[in-house]
Design a protein. Sequence first.
Length: 165
Amino acid sequence: MNKAILLIGGNLGDRTNHLKQAVEQINMLVGKVENISALYETAAWGVVKQPDYLNQGLLVSTEMDALTLLHTVLEIERKIGRIRQQKWGARVIDIDIIFYNDDVMNLPELKIPHPQLQYRQFVLIPLLEIIPDWQHPVLHKTIRTLLEQCTDPLPAKKYTPEKVH
């Protein structure tokens, strides 16, 4: 069984519902979601004039190879309503493969580990919750150490939905 670490996120529409749909689809189509982080809210990274993002980390056991996993999560994004228009632009849902086992892949359509993960608190903080001692196969540092060394100025804060009265 393969272990895939995914980061899901989005900043358009009903953010919590879109993430919930993504988790359900991943559980049905990809494999068993073994561990899941809390939701974290972060200001947009890259293209900054857009709504804040919600992100969540997932540890998934899957029989899929990495490329099949990629095509499956892209199809899940499409089903939930993702339309790709602008790099780092606003989106209903985003599902990124952060790690796949301890594999290192550098294909045009898939780079594993995710090449930017060590620079982004919104990736590292949810992962700290579910895989703190996972070792980056290229940098040879744990998630905990990568977060300690991360200089990203955008905090990822635990998200608590506002209660409607």
